[in-house]
Design a protein around this ligand. Structure first.
Ligand code: SIN
Length: 529
């Protein structure tokens, strides 16, 4: 089947949905998402959106905190633009019906602003500890009312349709859409578009332990890379310091807001330790807290550290963190009475498809927004709750640029339908699960919080073998969603390893024990491949 559309949006988190909503005023939108539409990292976001909304705060302070967390690699012009646009985007969400937690001060109701690591002021807009769900549902409701948007659930992108591959080689390549697999029928459809927007989220599933939902397989980065787009800063994988330590909890996130409200990290014997690592103690930037925990665990051989908020009134804990409280209770931990066991887990991909200040990639008509993109906002370490903000700001800006493409109405060339060649159904699906486990395990052990040249070399050798095996499998057997995701996580793993091998220093989230110092003279720059 061939589908023609003005805008092809891949991904249904806040970036993809808010782009679609705006683009629908300008033309037809096909929104493709690989599971049901609300299944996205946005939906599970707990903390909130960082924005300057109080008289005690200032744009300068938010910019300064972002630059400091980013360890010298943020692009200051992008940081300033995003921070200043924040309040407009929050207002827009509220107009759509998103309802954020309020508090009453002197008989006036105002937003209850939270605090998280690396922030010098209270500036996190939140809906208790379920901010993502509140936003996702509000925006999905608006999307459902738009007749110009068609949502394709259970559809996953296979590859991008580029001018160089299908029409003729050009110096500046152009994207004309994507091949998309319908997971239910197994058919691969040709989606032709004036503008293609990658909003597929991050790649936490590359690691054995992650706070991310199962969909986070780095699809956008992998397909953009295969199409020849520039990719940047993939070595900067953020590990969230506090995920629940329990074999069945799937690294359930314990929001940084818990530390923002007074939670303290302790060793098993009750000793607090963050003062030994940073003057901001438990609210130091995330890279520092995660590395401190990793160091303490390696030193003592313990399985976890503990997060203690028992000093707070139980009623406050239950009202501020109802979701976290219930989840911990379901695993036998009452956070109002006892410290909860926590460990770090992969949480956020700071690098991604290199994108300019309008979300444009290095391929014409191809945009990347949200966690899929590397815009220069996060640098070497993202400041907490700056990610939903980035997604909203860049969805808005990408739409301004994509609108120009649709207005010019270029003739989309003819692209051949998907060819299955001699591919047959696989009789050995075990290869997929074996390779999937293998990638995630060696990425955790060799390319995790602390890296070394030897570990990176080992990981590189393994990923080369695995990618060859996966490619052979891809060409011989009928494509399935599992195979596409495996191919994508293997591609992204390779990109992370290659970027980490290139950076011969330690900075932000990238820590290599063979180069423990930051080297501003040689490495204060993005890694671009
Ligand atoms: C959290 O709630 O701790 C996560 C917020 C974020 O990743 O920005």
């Amino acid at each position: 089947m061939e589908i023609r559309t003005d805008f092809l949006v891949i991904g249904s988190g806040i970036a993809g949905l808010s782009f679609a909503l705006k683009a629908a005023k300008l033309g037809t939108v096909s929104l493709v998402t690989k599971r049901e539409k609300r299944e996205s990292a946005t939906f599970y976001a707990q903390g909130g959106i960082a924005s300057v909304l109080s008289a005690e705060d200032s744009f300068e302070a938010h910019v300064k905190d972002t630059l400091e967390a980013g360890a010298g690699l943020c692009h200051p012009d992008i940081v300033e633009m995003v921070v200043k646009d924040g309040p407009n985007r929050i207002r827009e969400l509220m107009e759509l019906g998103a309802s954020f937690t309020k508090r009453t001060v002197n008989n006036n109701e105002e937003l209850d602003l939270g605090k998280e690591g690396g922030h010098s002021k209270r500036r996190i807009v939140h809906a208790q500890d379920m901010t993502g769900r509140e936003i996702e549902e509000a925006v999905l409701k608006a999307v459902a009312a738009e007749k110009n948007i068609t949502v394709y659930e259970n559809h996953i992108a296979v590859d991008l349709l580029t001018h160089s591959k299908f029409i003729e080689k050009t110096d500046e390549d152009i994207c004309w859409g994507a091949y998309i697999l319908d997971k239910k029928t197994g058919g691969v459809h040709t989606f032709l578009a004036n503008a293609t927007i990658l909003a597929t989220g991050g790649a936490g599933k590359v690691y054995l332990f992650t706070s991310n939902p199962d969909i986070a397989t780095g699809d956008g980065v992998a397909i953009a890379y295969r199409a020849g787009a520039h990719i940047a800063n993939m070595e900067f994988i953020q590990f969230h310091p506090t995920c629940l330590y329990h074999s069945k909890a799937k690294s359930f996130l314990i929001s940084e807001a818990v530390r923002g409200e007074g939670g303290i990290l302790r060793l098993k014997d009750g000793t607090p330790f963050m003062a030994n690592y940073h003057p901001m103690k438990d609210l130091a930037p995330r890279d520092i807290v995660a590395r401190a925990i990793d160091f303490e665990l390696k030193k003592s051989g313990a399985d976890c550290v503990y997060l203690d908020i028992t000093d707070k009134d139980p009623a406050f804990i239950k009202t501020r963190f109802p979701n976290i409280y219930e989840k911990c209770l379901s695993f036998g931990f009452d956070m109002t009475k006892e410290p909860i066991p926590v460990v770090p887990a992969a949480h956020y991909t700071c690098g991604g498809v290199l994108a300019n200040d309008y979300g444009e990639s290095s391929i014409k008509r191809l945009f990347a927004i949200g966690e899929t993109a590397c815009t220069g906002l996060h640098g070497a370490n993202r400041l907490a709750s700056n990610s939903l903000l980035e997604a909203l700001v860049f969805a808005n800006r990408a739409c301004l640029k994509a609108a120009e493409l649709v207005a010019k109405d270029a003739a989309i060339p003819r692209i051949p339908a998907w060819q299955t060649g001699g591919a047959v159904n696989s009789d050995e699906a075990v290869i997929i699960s074996q390779n999937w486990d293998e990638v995630r395990r060696f990425m955790w052990n060799y390319v995790g919080i602390a890296r070394s040249n030897k570990r990176l070399d080992r990981a590189h050798r393994r990923i080369e073998n695995l990618r060859a095996e996966i490619n052979e499998y891809y060409w011989n057997f009928t494509v399935t969603s599992d195979l596409l995701e495996l191919r994508n996580i293997a591609t992204v793993a390779e990109l992370i390893i290659r970027c980490a091998m290139l950076r011969k220093e330690s900075r932000g989230l990238h820590y290599n024990i063979d180069y423990p110092e930051t080297d501003d003279k040689n490495w204060k720059r993005d890694t671009i491949i």
